[in-house]
Design a protein around this ligand. Structure first.
Ligand SMILES: [Zn+2]
Length: 240
C-alpha cells in the first residue's frame, strides 16, 4: 500500500504527542497515513514493551492510521548508523510516502536527534538505485520536522484546533506513561501531573501566534513552497 504521510518516530507515544494533529487532519482529508516507530519504548521507566504495544495499537486507531510498524531497535540505542539507515530506507521504499514527519534534528533525547539524522539519510538512500536494499527506489517529496521539547522557532504552524480533542484522546491511550493517582511506578517527566498542562499550553501558544486556538509547529530545511495565492489564508482576521 502506498502511504501519503509517514511519521517516523523514536518511541510509541511520540507520534501522538508531537504530530498527532497533522496525522488526524491528513486522514480526515482522505490521505493514507502510517507511523513507523523505531523502538518499542522498552527502556521507558514506566510500563513494559507489551503494555506499550497495546497502547500504540489504541493510539493508531485514534489517529486513523492505515498502518503502524515497529522496527524494534533497542530503546535508548537508536544510533545513526548504516544498519538503521538501511532499515528505515527499506520501509520508505515499501510504503512510498509523499510526506515524511520526523523529529527536529536537535533534541534533548538522543534517540529523537538520531532518528532525525537516520531519516534524512534514509530518505536520500531510498531513492538511490544502487543502494543495497530491497524494493523499488522512492524519494518522498517533503520531510517536515516536528518539534519536541526544545523551544524551536517553526517555519510554519499547522492549525489543529478542530482535531485537538481527538489528538488528546490519542495521547491518553498511553496510560502507563501518564500521571495516574493509583500508579506506584516512578515519576518521570511525562508522568508528572503538570506535563499535559504544559503540552497543551505550548500548542495554545503556537495557535495564538497564527490567530487560532491550537497549533503544531514544523520546520523544513527549505522555504515552504506555495503556488496558490489563497494558500496563505486562514479563516482568521488581523494576522499580518
Ligand atoms: Zn520519544
Amino acid at each position: 500500500m502506498n502511504i501519503d504521510v509517514l511519521a517516523i518516530c523514536s518511541h510509541p507515544d511520540d507520534a501522538e504527542l508531537c504530530c498527532g494533529g497533522y496525522l488526524i487532519k491528513a486522514n480526515r482529508c482522505g490521505m493514507k497515513t502510517a507511523v513507523l516507530d523505531l523502538s518499542s519504548g522498552d527502556m521507558g521507566t514506566r510500563g513494559t514493551a507489551q503494555i506499550r504495544a497495546t497502547e500504540a495499537k489504541e493510539g493508531a486507531k485514534k489517529l486513523g492510521l492505515q498502518q503502524r510498524l515497529c522496527l524494534s531497535i533497542p530503546d535508548g540505542h537508536i544510533l545513526h548508523n548504516e544498519d538503521n539507515i538501511s532499515k528505515v530506507a527499506t520501509v520508505i521504499r515499501q510504503l512510498k510516502p509523499k510526506i515524511i514527519l520526523t523529529p527536529y534534528w536537535e533534541d534533548h533525547h538522543p534517540d529523537h536527534a538520531n532518528t532525525s539524522k537516520i531519516v534524512k539519510d534514509a530518505w536520500w538512500f531510498a531513492g538511490v538505485k544502487k543502494y543495497p536494499i530491497e524494493g523499488e527506489t522512492h524519494r518522498a517529496e517533503r520531510i517536515l520536522y516536528y518539534i519536541s521539547r526544545y523551544r524551536i522557532e517553526p517555519n510554519f504552524i499547522f492549525d489543529i484546533s478542530d482535531v485537538f480533542a481527538e489528538k488528546t484522546s490519542a495521547v491518553l491511550c498511553y496510560g502507563s506513561q501518564l500521571y495516574s493517582k493509583s500508579s506506584s511506578e516512578p515519576i518521570t517527566q511525562i508522568s508528572n501531573p503538570s506535563f499535559l498542562e504544559g503540552w497543551e499550553a505550548k500548542q495554545r501558544a503556537l495557535g495564538s501566534s497564527i490567530g487560532v486556538q491550537y497549533g503544531e509547529g514544523y520546520i523544513m530545511r527549505t522555504p515552504v513552497p506555495l503556488n496558490d495565492p489563497r494558500a496563505v489564508l486562514l479563516d482568521v482576521a488581523g494576522i499580518i
